[in-house]
Design a protein. Sequence first.
Length: 377
Amino acid sequence: MVADTRSMYTVPKLDDYSPAALDQAARELKSALESESAAIAVEAEWKLLRDRCMARKNGVLTQLNDQWLKAAPAPAKRDVGQRVNELKKIVEEQIDAALTRISSASLASRLDSEGIDVTLPGTRRKLGVEHPLIRTMNEIVSVFKAMGYSVAEGPEVETDYYNFESLNFPPNHPARDTQDTLIVAGQQNKALRERLLMRTHTSPVQIRTMERQPPPVRVIVPGKVHRADTADATHSPIFHQVEGLAVDTNITFRDLKGTLDQAAKAMFGASVRTRFYPSFFPFTEPSADMQISCFKCGGSGRLDSGRCGMCKASGWIEILGSGMVDPNVFGFVGYDARKYSGFAFGMGVERISILKYGIDDIQLFYQGDVRFLEQFA
Ligand code: DAH
């Protein structure tokens, strides 16, 4: 709102320069200005007043000079000059006062409208959840921790010696072909056993653990592994495993079976049964794959709706590889194979997570799509 121009003060011409007439004219100017200044509510109005008073051309101050001082007869000039100076001060004070008043009023109203109630509850961020893969890995690890195993880890960039040779894969042995290895380039001048590669399994941590400590050993090893595989719905060049190793006096295949049966029940439910199938791994002898009875159809291979897709109607699902530690492996770490025996096992975390949660594409684990991830919240 801008002040009504009709009520605006203009500097009158003076005919009478007597002190009484000058007093009267000064009073009129003061009271006009006071009421104009008091009517100002917003900055735009204040600017108009300021410009009208201060403008070089025709501003109130200029007019005082021109109409009063310059027009004054010589004998009155001195007196008029003093009065004009005082009036100038008053005009400036009125303008300043108006500005102070409207800025504190607008601050007060801003504080009113923009005020924050600090007692209101804040905006809560949704809490994140464990990634399904990490969750599965932690679940597996805690099952074994509860049985007295401690956790060990090892490097992902590994030497040929730890990944293969000490696990009884001799150089050029065809067993190496079962793991499509990613080799670090430019190492032709190193001895084979020192050459670096991305570890293809968590088994090298068995060796690293035994090198560090004498028996008894009970370790569980979660970790990331790498293979030269093309990504598709069931393959990923980077995936995860959990490895286990127990070494002591008098460890037998019955300990292996009992431990892994117990773990399978803890992971998949108490009604799950296990069975062991002959297999081959260079670092275990004998070796066995463990299967569990299908937790979806209960092992019958059939559902009310027809054939069970989970176990492909076989009633059994393969879960891990295992075996009794090969005496050659003990030879590499300086354990006395006549005194000690042990068992080892390794399982794929993705596979177990896929089975547990009914996930149909391994790539979902790595894409970071919240629509997938929030289903685990
Ligand atoms: N390292 C094997 C693999 O990646 C899995 C495995 C099998 C680990 C048997 C073991 C074991 O410790 O005893 O295929």
